[in-house]
Design a protein around this ligand. Structure first.
Ligand SMILES: NC(=O)c1ccc[n+]([C@@H]2O[C@H](COP(=O)([O-])OP(=O)(O)OC[C@H]3O[C@@H](n4cnc5c(N)ncnc54)[C@H](OP(=O)(O)O)[C@@H]3O)[C@@H](O)[C@H]2O)c1
Length: 436
């Protein structure tokens, strides 16, 4: 006869028997954020939360003497999942094995707090459903904008509104590079090298520069704030790599600057979404965001516009967001509060925004260039708003700009295609939306 393995007591049972009223928390992933979580927890102290395990691969090298002695250090994830921890904090990042760990924790009835944007952007709706079916919670407040409490605000402070739009500067690496080019007029490559030297950009920064990171975060914001299920790949991502110092000179002529903006807007039953460099007014909230800060603006039907600004990354700010989620879940477990879930829609996703446009050309100067471009634009019923050409450039590589009156992306792109390969063009046209 086999003996059933005794199940660990649930928190409610322990509270009933007065064994302890503290919520038991196990952490998996003692890296930049995990270490900061434990440090803040140890420094602040909390009678409501008790750290039981720290789990990391090859854990021996991670041990710290400032961590309370009763905390169990382990590299065995199974031991954590079989323990009586009420909350598992997942901070290893990536999709695998993070997804399996989070699923198994929820299946065991443990609530989960994670900062893992890849996981939530791809699996968020399924995991939330699993959490709901097991009567536990899944919180991911640190997965977008690091320490800026935008996701908790969507969950609590703004859930009474009906949001129709969210826009943000969600990638600190891009913002560092663009604001550095803006302020020092250095070439893109120099700004990137500087960001890498300062630890703001990885050696392979493609995910950041080409918009992959920001669109995963936009998908999470759309889920939490717009109740839309959005596959990150369904959002168009435009790279910031072709943005040149000269674009900031021309943007300044238009009283604008350039930022990587992630935006999602309900228009009827379609969710318009896009990530990429845009012109924004220099004196607007987006235009003023410098260095690697993040900014999220929400637009609500009743409450109007709200702004959230702060450190989008870094061990300590991100750890604050993780711990705030842990406290929120602990409070919920104590009071048996449940997350109110809203219906999630799976809308059609479109990037066909109607905006004014900035088109920058690099050409080998010769007569008839403007006439030829104007002819193509006219043939596609596109109205020129202005033409900007600064003096003093080499005629063999002459940058100039045409701005267009508002039109849809789908109307502009056939014209851009017709412009590729024109004999005087020495670089592809850079085409940026102008957000007013
Ligand atoms: N850092 C930030 O500013 C920031 C901001 C917002 C969100 N986040 C998110 O927070 C999470 C953690 O980021 P982080 O910067 O702290 O990463 P990190 O410094 O790389 O830490 C990850 C930790 O997890 C451990 N680990 C990795 N795979 C494991 C596995 N299979 N089993 C056990 N342990 C494993 C790593 O061990 P090794 O030492 O062996 O590698 C490392 O200690 C990620 O989801 C990230 O996207 C980070």
């Amino acid at each position: 006869m086999t003996q059933a393995t005794p199940k660990p007591a649930t928190r409610a049972q322990r509270t009933d028997t007065k064994q302890t009223s503290a919520c038991r928390v196990a952490l998996i992933g003692f890296g930049t954020v995990g270490r900061a979580v434990v440090k803040i927890l140890c420094e602040r102290g909390s009678s409501a939360i008790r750290l039981t395990h720290i789990c990391n691969r090859n854990v021996a090298r991670k041990k710290q003497d400032w961590v309370p002695r009763d905390v169990i250090w382990t590299d065995d994830v199974d031991a954590v999942l079989k323990s009586d921890a009420d909350i598992v904090i997942e901070l290893i990042g990536g999709l695998s094995p993070a997804e399996q760990i989070v699923r198994r924790a929820l299946e065991c009835g443990k609530s989960v707090v994670t900062a893992n944007k890849q996981l939530i952007a791809r699996m968020g709706p399924e995991l939330l459903q699993l959490a709901g079916s097991k009567g536990c919670q899944l919180e991911f407040g640190a997965s977008v904008a690091g320490g800026v409490p935008v996701l908790p605000s969507l969950r609590t402070g703004l859930c009474g509104d009906k949001l129709h739009g969210i826009a943000g500067i969600l990638n600190g690496t891009c913002n560092y590079i663009l604001s550095r080019i803006e302020n020092a007029r250095v070439p893109f490559s120099e700004a990137l090298e500087e960001a890498q030297a300062r630890g703001y950009a990885e050696a392979d920064a493609s995910e950041d520069l080409d918009g992959g990171d920001a669109r995963a975060k936009l998908a999470i914001l759309a889920l939490a704030g717009l109740h839309a299920r959005v596959a990150p790949e369904s959002v168009r991502a435009r790279t910031i790599r072709p943005v040149d110092a000269v674009d900031f000179d021309y943007a300044a002529e238009l009283r604008c600057t350039i930022r990587q903006i992630s935006r999602a807007d309900w228009q009827g039953s379609t969710l318009f979404a896009d990530v990429g460099p845009c012109l924004v007014p220099a004196d607007s909230p987006f235009g003023r965001v410098q260095r690697n800060l993040n900014l999220v603006l929400t637009s609500g039907q009743y409450g109007g516009d709200m702004a959230f600004l702060g450190a989008g990354a870094g061990g300590d700010p991100t750890a604050v967001a993780v711990l705030s989620d842990v406290m929120f879940v602990a409070e919920g477990l104590a009071g048996d509060k449940r997350r109110v879930t809203s219906s999630v829609f799976a809308p059609e996703i479109s990037s066909d925004f109607e905006t004014p446009w900035y088109l920058r050309f690099f050409v080998k100067d010769q007569p008839g260039i403007v006439a030829r471009l104007a002819q193509i634009l006219g043939a596609h019923r596109l109205n020129i708003d202005s033409l900007l050409q600064k003096p003093g450039f080499d005629k063999a590589s002459l940058p100039f700009v045409i701005t267009l009156e508002p039109c849809r992306d789908s109307q502009l792109h056939p014209a851009l295609e017709e412009m590729t390969g024109l004999p005087f063009s020495i670089r592809p046209c850079l085409c940026l939306p102008i957000l007013r």
